[in-house]
Design a protein around this ligand. Structure first.
Ligand code: PLP
Length: 396
């Protein structure tokens, strides 16, 4: 019955482990979950109030397909102030989350067989979205030695006449690594020289630590700007994942096509959530800093604890709220009579034996790593790491 497309889609890799976690919880088992993919804070009050006001004001009808002019204008100002980027409102498309922005981009860009370069480890939805839109994902494997970033050599080796675009996600989910200006420059030069579009997913731009700076690759010059589609959202920055507002800035021709596609598929992003997004972007940014500081404190604690645990290692994440831990050293070791063969076994035995749920890297194209979210309470983090340490020390 199903299309080849549907048959070709992998289910979310986080699903199996979270199903097991839920089942254990329902049986009254005390499970510590590190799977969260969203901030654990409430949406700030002034944002909620703007949404409530918009309801009472009757702002409850269809809006223009690509979003309301006022929000587009605010997003243009945000790009100018935060990223040094000049866009006009007709280059902005507001969608139902960054995920929807990405899908619109692929739908508007890809012909059957067009290749999209995806550096691995990658956010789980990129390959599936490319495939759903008839494109071909082409992966570049990266590891901790290169801080999970692509090299120029790798980009050159991956280029074919079919290469249409490259996805860049900095700060990265799942690795937490951030591209420096120099690194972005060689990526930009490669894109310009070879006329490859860059889809730059910047949803974690505000969740960043230490002296690291978030730079949008589009800001490196007019040529790369014309080849870049910048994707962002209020979801992670303002703890607004459920509101579903993301946006893209693209060359006019592409933005127009994305808006037209969206007009037929969803009509428009939610009217109330657009008003809330306006309040989020123009209002006080104090809550963003409160969340960032909490994440930073948890990150520092987690990194220091992981360094004390045998067989585990990690890079310090400079952005996002994920710790990406290398566990390859446990492969071949024994846990209660069973051998850990791979990262899925690691996650499975840890959950069964010590009731800690984390996301195995297999779904991110990273067979040696697991992802732990620090969008959870310090108490959970402390207890969870205590259990992970006991698990690691039990291996023989
Ligand atoms: C969460 C996330 C998104 C999706 O954001 P939404 O606005 O909730 O759709 C996109 N890219 C990355 C890397 C993410 O982690």
């Amino acid at each position: 019955m199903l299309s080849k497309k549907a048959l070709n889609i992998s289910p979310s890799p986080t699903l199996a482990i979270s199903a097991k976690e839920k089942q254990m919880k329902s049986e009254g088992i005390d499970v510590i979950g590190f799977g969260a993919g969203e901030p654990d804070f409430d949406t700030p009050d002034h944002i909620k109030e703007a949404a409530v006001k918009s309801i009472w004001d009757g702002f409850t009808k269809y809006t223009p397909a690509a979003g309301i002019p006022d929000l587009k204008k605010i997003i243009c100002e945000k790009f100018k102030n935060d990223n040094g980027l000049e866009f006009s409102p007709n280059q902005i498309v507001i969608s139902n989350g960054a995920k929807h922005s990405l899908d619109n981009i692929f739908a508007a860009l890809l012909d059957p067989g067009d290749e999209v370069i995806i550096p691995a480890p990658y956010w789980v939805s990129y390959p599936e979205m490319v495939k759903l839109n008839d494109g071909v994902p082409v992966y570049i494997e990266t590891d901790s030695a290169s801080c999970f970033k692509v090299t120029l050599e790798q980009l050159k080796n991956t280029l074919t006449p079919k290469t249409k675009a490259l996805i860049l996600n900095s700060p990265s989910n799942p690795t937490g690594q951030v591209y420096s200006r120099e690194e972005l420059e060689f990526v930009a030069n490669f894109a310009v020289e070879n006329n490859v579009l860059v889809i730059s997913d910047e949803v974690y731009e505000k969740i960043i630590y230490d002296q690291v700076e978030h730079i949008s690759i589009a800001s490196l010059g007019p040529e790369i700007k014309n080849l870049t589609i910048v994707v962002n959202a209020v979801s992670k920055t303002y703890s607004m994942t459920g509101w579903r507002i993301g946006y893209a800035a693209a060359p006019v021709e592409l933005a127009t096509a994305m808006g037209d596609i969206q007009s037929h598929l969803t009509s428009n992003p939610n009217s109330i959530a657009q008003k809330a997004a306006m309040a989020a972007i123009t209002g006080s940014q104090d809550d963003v800093e409160v969340m960032r500081k909490a994440f930073l404190e948890r990150r520092d604690f987690m990194v220091s604890r992981v360094k004390e645990i045998p067989h585990l290692d990690c890079l310090i994440p400079s952005g996002s709220f994920y710790l990406f831990i290398e566990v390859g050293d446990t492969f071949g070791k024994n846990f209660r009579g069973k051998v850990i063969q791979n990262v899925d076994d690691f996650a499975d035995h840890l959950l069964t034996g010590y009731q800690v749920a984390l996301v195995p890297g297999s779904g991110f194209g990273s067979p040696d790593c697991v992802r732990l979210s620090f969008a959870t309470s310090m108490e959970n983090i402390q207890e969870g790491l205590k259990r992970i340490e006991a698990f690691a020390r039990e291996l023989s």
